[in-house]
Design a protein. Structure first.
Length: 470
């Protein structure tokens, strides 16, 4: 078989792969059980028995096996004294953070870990986001320590397997996408790229070249025309919003066209779909779980860290301790909103965090096509039916939209162009389907200059083209 070139887009939410060869570019089918088989949800489920399930099947396994059941946790003393940490109590999911700041708050503590007594498995989501945290020293899964690179490699290995199968040979060279900024902190950014490279290596990709995701999406479109053009790409995914401005010289041949192209500016922020989901949860669901209630003789407000944990459902299980549950039972009795506090306890105890986030995400997606959506969560003590209209949704995410617009403006400034100098603004990524964000771009560039490219595969296609020609 003729040589094939591989482009791999490991996304915060979805991953996809394209192969470029003599006959052009093709997108691989990565996940036959996903609604869109061309993209593999970047999810990993690890069972107690050592099984690793990725993609849509990972979410299904978690819902089948973990949700609707009580997860009992026990606190065990690890028998180590740690000198100086800052912030929350260390647990098995985080490293014992070295005191990088606030050195006055050093103290010696005994390390405790939460041990799941009977959980059948763990689900990991948005691993790409976690890559940037320098202090992340791995996570313990059923007694074994895993680094984030290893967790990511489970997903990449599955992808590589599909690639090898498709071409019937070992493809160990690939162009990987990367966001313009994994983090606004350059050190964190470097750490994240290094980790992704290590993960790729563990999965069997020996030669990896990184390429900016929005630049790849720009190439995907640019090679379909022969005109001299100045193009902007706005790629808003699950974890990041990435922007680039590029210039292409005329020419019909892909190689010539790429040789006469130039990146004029790039920018990006770590604000996208996941952050939007959290905002909806905060605005529409927190009150149903008692965020505004008060309790006890002094009518104290309910501690807000409980709610931060709900928004970040992957850590919800950490609240599932007898101590917290007893406290919630007591709180319920003296609360101004006992039903809401009972719902909160049910959410924690029965592991409903992930289904709740999925429901919210679904409502968000509905709002891309309908004027109104309803978030309905009916589970034991949880009875939520919250209506969300487009206008209210737009208001909830206004500050996030501002951040995204900030990176669009930054790319323009870097490219030293005026608004009128762009021929087309190409949009891609799931979050770019949100009407409020489209309107934001339409207001700036005019609807006639917006061009929607394939939401989930334009980056991978561009990466494969780059892999072949550059
Ligand atoms: N129809 C829709 N309307 C609004 N948001 C959507 C829609 N479809 C998907 N999304 C959101 O888009 C995000 C996923 O988009 P995408 O697959 O482009 O991201 P990604 O490539 O995995 O992430 P990143 O590029 O940031 O690493 C999710 O947050 C998802 O909820
Ligand atoms: Mg993406």
């Amino acid at each position: 078989m003729a040589k094939m070139f591989c482009g791999l887009d490991f996304g915060t939410t979805n991953s996809s792969v394209a192969l470029a060869g003599e006959e052009g570019v093709r997108i691989l089918e990565l996940d036959p059980v996903n609604d869109n088989p061309a993209s593999l949800p970047s999810l990993l489920y690890m069972s107690r028995e050592g099984e690793h399930i990725v993609g849509r099947a990972a979410a299904n396994a978690f819902i089948d096996r973990n949700v609707d059941r009580e997860v009992a946790l026990e606190q065990v003393d690890l028998g180590i004294a740690i000198d100086g940490y800052v912030g929350s109590e260390p647990d098995k999911d985080e490293s014992y953070r070295p005191p990088e700041f606030d050195s006055g708050r050093r103290e010696a503590v005994r390390a405790h870990a939460m041990v799941e007594v009977n959980s059948p498995g763990r689900l990991f989501q948005s691993l790409k986001t976690a890559m940037r945290y320098r202090s992340h020293k791995g996570t313990e899964v059923f007694g074994q320590q895993y680094q984030i690179e290893e967790l990511t490699a489970f997903i990449l290995r599955e992808i590589k397997h599909k690639v090898d199968q498709a071409v019937d040979e070992n493809i160990d060279t690939a162009v990987f996408g990367r966001p313009v900024r994994f983090s606004t902190d350059p050190e964190e950014d470097a750490v994240a790229e290094r980790r992704l490279r290590t993960a790729a290596g563990l999965a069997g990709f020996k030669n990896v070249v990184f390429f900016y995701e929005p630049v790849a999406a720009c190439v995907e479109y640019a090679v379909t025309t022969d005109r001299t053009q100045r193009l902007m790409v706005v790629d808003i995914g699950g974890g990041t919003c990435d922007v680039c401005v590029m210039e292409f010289g005329g020419g019909a041949e892909t190689a010539t066209r790429l040789a006469h192209s130039k990146v004029l500016g790039v920018a990006g922020v770590t604000v996208a779909g996941d952050a939007i989901d959290r905002e909806i949860i905060r605005a529409k669901l927190f009150p149903s779980f008692g965020s505004r209630s008060r309790y006890g003789p002094s009518q104290l407000p309910v501690p807000q860290y409980l709610f931060r944990t709900i928004a970040d459902w992957q850590n919800l299980y950490k609240l599932n301790t007898q101590e917290t549950l007893n406290w919630l039972v007591a709180m319920e009795m003296s609360s101004t909103e006992p039903t809401a506090i009972r719902a909160l306890r049910c959410l924690i105890q029965r592991n409903y965090g992930y289904p709740v986030v999925r429901e919210v995400e679904q409502a968000k997606k509905t709002l891309s096509f309908e004027q109104q959506a309803r978030i309905v969560i009916e589970k034991e003590a949880i009875h939520i039916a919250a209506d969300l209209e487009r206008a209210e949704f737009a208001h909830i995410i206004e500050h996030l939209a501002e951040d995204m617009l900030g990176s669009v403006k930054e790319a323009e400034t870097q490219a030293q162009i005026n608004l009128g100098d762009v021929d087309y603004v190409l949009t891609t990524g799931g979050t770019s389907l949100i009407p409020a964000l489209r309107h934001m771009l339409e207001d700036r560039y005019g609807a006639e200059r917006l061009l929607e490219r394939d939401t989930f595969t334009s980056v991978a296609t561009g990466l494969a083209i780059v892999s072949r020609y550059v």
